[in-house]
Design a protein around this ligand. Structure first.
Ligand code: BDP
Length: 585
C-alpha cells in the first residue's frame, strides 16, 4: 500500500511562524487584541508545536497567550463554504478572523472547526487570531492546579499543537462518512452511512456514486440518488460487498479507499476519499478476536513528547518511532493519555498497529472532589464523542479506553463511566470499551467494561527492588481478577521501571538499565504463563518530560528509549521477548 493520502478538497495550511504574545494579566480580550494586533511588538513562534521549549521565557508559562498570522484567500473560494479546522490546541481556544469572533473550544486533543464565511475576505489578505488558555483547574480534563501540580504525569505544554487549516467545501457536500466492516467467508461487507448537507437555497437532487478503490482502480461501484430540501441533511445507508477481500491485520495492513462523489446541476459537486481496512474486532470468551482469531498485544504506552517540539510529533519523529517499534517487534500501543494526532494514527493504519485509543480523561482521582460532577461528565462525554468522530473509520483502532487510572475505587466513578460508555456506544457500537485501572482488586467498576486493562507497578512503587515478590504479587492479583471476571480478557496496559541511561548495577538495582530490563523480563514471563492475558504494554516507549517533583529526575525515565530515542539496555531484551511472542495465540 502506498503511503500517499489523497486530499481532494482544497485546503490552505496555516503551519509556519505565527506572531505570539503571552497575556499573564488576561487583558487581551478587554483590550481587543483580536482586532488589529500590533504584531511588530509580538514574538514569533512556530506552529504546530508547543510554546514551552521554543524559548526559555515560556517554559513554565501557564495561562493565556495569543497567536496571530495573516493568510491569503483565493477569489474562487467565495462561491463555496469555508471551514477553519484545528487539530489540537491545548487547552482552550477562542478564534477570531478579521476581528470577527468565530467560536471557542475546550480540550487539547480533539479536533474542532468553525464555519468562517461571515468573517472572510476573498481575493485578499485575512488575519486570524487565536487566544489559547492552558490554565488547569479541578474541572479541566485533564485536571490540575499548576505546571508542577498536574494531576497527571506528563508535562503540561501549551499552544497550537497540531495543524490548523482552511478547508473549502461545496454548498452540497458530504458532512460525514462512516464505514463499518464485517467479514463473510472471503468477502468484506461494508455498511456505509453517508451524511449529505444541502446549504443551497433550493431543493437539490443529487446523484451519489460510491467506489471502492484498490491500488488506484475502482473495484466496485454503486450509484444512488437523493433529493434534499434547502438547508437540510440526509443520511444514505448503503451496503457494499468487496469480493475476495484482503483483510486488515498486523501482518498485512491492507487498506482500501471509499471514494464518494456527489453531482447535481448547480455545481461540480463534492468528492471525498475515506480510507478503511476490512476487519472485525470482538471480545468473546475472554479473548480479543481480530478477524475471528485471538490476538496478543505487544507494545507500549507512549506519549506525544519530543525536545523543542513539545507535544507536536512531526512526521520525521513519527517515522522514527514507528521504525523503532517495528524493529523491536511491537504490534500495538495505547494512545496514553489522550487521542494522538491524525498523522500519528494514519501511520498506525498503514503499518498494522493495534491501537487502544484513549480519551484525555486522566487524573480524575483523589484531587477531584466529585468524579461525577456534571461539568466534568459533560466534558468527558464531549471529548469521547469528538475522539470517536475523528477516528471511527480507522482499522487500527480496536478498543476505546475511556479513562486512565481514575478513582475507580469510588462508587461515584460508576456514574461517569456509564455516561462515557453510553456516549462511546452511541458514537460507535462496534468497538469494545475499557479503562486503565490502578485500583485492581478494589476497583468497583470492572463489571462495566468489555476488557480489563490494568496498570501494575509491583517492583517499582511497591515491592521496591524485589522482582521475586513483584512477580508473585502480579501473578496472584491477575489470577484473582480472572477468577472474578473469567469472561473478560486482561491486558496489562502499564508496567515498567525508571532507568537513567548510563546507570549500570550488578546485581540490578532500581534506576539502573539492568533493573529495567530484568523487571520487563520478569513481567513478560508471568503474562505469558496466563492464558487469559491478551497483551502487555511496557510503560513507556521513550522517556518523556514531566513537571518538577522529588519523584522524577527532570523527566520520567521509564522509557526503554531515551527522550531522543537512543536505546537503553532493555531494548535488546524487549526485541527478543516481542519477536518470540506470536501475535495470534
Ligand atoms: C501510571 C500512570 C502514568 C505514569 C506512570 C509512572 O498511568 O501516566 O507516568 O504511572 O508513574 O500510574 O511512571
Amino acid at each position: 500500500m502506498k503511503l500517499e493520502y489523497s486530499f481532494q478538497r482544497e485546503t490552505i495550511d496555516l503551519s509556519g511562524f505565527w506572531h505570539f504574545r503571552i497575556d499573564p494579566e488576561n487583558k487581551g480580550e478587554s483590550e481587543k487584541w483580536y482586532e488589529e494586533p500590533q504584531v511588530s511588538e509580538w514574538d514569533e513562534l512556530y506552529t504546530p508545536a508547543s510554546w514551552n521549549e521554543q524559548d526559555s521565557r515560556y517554559t513554565w508559562y501557564i495561562g493565556t497567550a495569543w497567536y496571530t498570522r495573516a493568510f491569503w484567500l483565493p477569489e474562487d473560494w467565495r462561491s463555496k463554504l469555508t471551514l477553519i479546522f484545528f487539530d489540537g490546541v491545548n487547552y482552550k481556544a477562542k478564534v477570531w478572523v478579521n476581528g470577527i469572533y468565530l467560536g471557542e473550544h475546550e480540550g487539547g486533543f480533539t479536533q474542532f472547526a468553525f464555519r468562517a464565511e461571515k468573517a472572510l475576505r476573498f481575493g485578499e489578505s485575512n488575519r486570524i487570531v487565536v487566544m489559547v488558555d492552558n490554565t488547569l483547574t479541578g474541572k479541566t480534563v485533564p485536571p490540575g492546579a499548576g505546571m508542577n501540580a498536574t494531576y497527571f504525569d506528563f508535562f503540561h505544554y501549551g499552544g497550537i499543537h497540531r495543524e490548523a487549516y482552511l478547508l473549502s467545501v461545496p454548498k452540497v457536500h458530504f458532512k460525514d462518512v462512516t464505514i463499518r466492516t464485517e467479514i463473510k467467508g472471503k468477502d468484506g461487507i461494508l455498511d456505509i452511512d453517508l451524511e449529505i448537507v444541502n446549504e443551497l437555497e433550493e431543493e437539490c437532487s443529487c446523484n451519489v456514486t460510491m467506489q471502492v478503490i484498490d491500488e488506484d482502480e475502482a473495484i466496485t461501484e454503486e450509484r444512488t440518488s437523493v433529493t434534499i430540501g434547502p438547508g437540510a441533511e440526509k443520511t444514505i445507508a448503503q451496503q457494499i460487498t468487496v469480493e475476495n477481500a484482503e483483510f486488515w491485520g498486523p501482518e498485512s495492513p491492507r487498506l482500501y479507499t471509499l471514494r464518494t462523489k456527489l453531482a447535481h446541476d448547480d455545481s461540480k459537486g463534492d468528492v471525498k476519499d475515506t480510507r478503511f481496512g476490512i476487519r472485525t474486532v470482538k471480545v468473546e470468551d475472554g479473548k480479543i478476536l481480530l478477524n475471528g482469531r485471538p490476538v496478543f498485544l505487544k507494545g507500549f504506552g507512549r506519549h506525544e513528547d519530543f525536545p523543542v517540539l513539545g507535544k507536536a510529533l512531526h512526521g520525521a519523529v513519527l517515522r522514527k518511532d514507528y521504525g523503532l517499534m517495528m524493529y523491536i517487534g511491537a504490534n500495538s500501543f495505547r494512545t496514553s493519555h489522550y487521542p494522538y494526532s491524525r498523522t500519528h494514527l494514519d501511520l498506525a493504519d498503514e503499518k498494522g498497529f493495534l491501537v487502544i485509543l484513549e480519551t484525555p480523561a486522566v487524573g480524575l482521582r483523589e484531587n477531584v472532589e466529585r468524579l461525577d460532577d456534571p461539568e466534568i461528565v459533560e466534558k468527558v462525554c464531549r471529548m469521547t464523542r469528538e475522539m470517536i468522530q475523528r477516528d471511527k473509520n480507522r482499522p487500527s483502532v480496536i478498543m476505546y479506553s475511556l479513562f486512565n487510572e481514575p478513582g475507580s475505587e469510588r462508587e461515584e466513578f460508576r456514574n461517569i463511566l456509564m455516561a462515557a460508555k453510553e456516549e462511546a456506544r452511541k458514537a460507535d457500537p462496534t468497538r469494545p470499551v475499557t479503562f486503565a485501572s490502578c485500583r485492581h482488586l478494589d476497583d468497583v467498576a470492572l463489571d462495566l467494561v468489555d476488557a480489563l486493562c490494568h496498570n501494575f507497578y509491583y517492583g517499582w512503587y511497591s515491592n521496591c527492588g524485589d522482582l521475586e515478590a513483584a512477580a508473585q504479587t502480579l501473578s496472584e492479583t491477575l489470577d484473582e481478577l480472572h477468577r472474578r471476571f473469567p469472561e473478560k480478557p486482561i491486558i496489562i496496559t502499564e508496567f515498567g521501571a525508571g532507568a537513567i541511561a548510563g546507570v549500570h548495577r550488578h546485581p540490578p538495582e532500581m534506576w539502573s538499565e539492568e533493573y529495567q530490563a530484568e523487571l520487563i523480563k520478569t513481567y513478560w514471563k508471568v503474562l505469558l504463563s496466563k492464558d487469559y492475558v491478551s497483551g502487555g504494554h511496557i510503560w513507556n516507549f521513550a522517556d518523556f518530560r514531566v513537571g518538577q517533583s522529588p519523584r522524577r529526575t527532570t523527566i520520567n525515565r521509564k522509557g526503554i528509549f531515551t527522550r531522543t530515542r537512543d536505546p537503553k539496555l532493555a531494548v535488546r531484551v524487549v526485541k527478543n521477548l516481542f519477536t518470540n511472542t506470536p501475535t495470534y495465540r
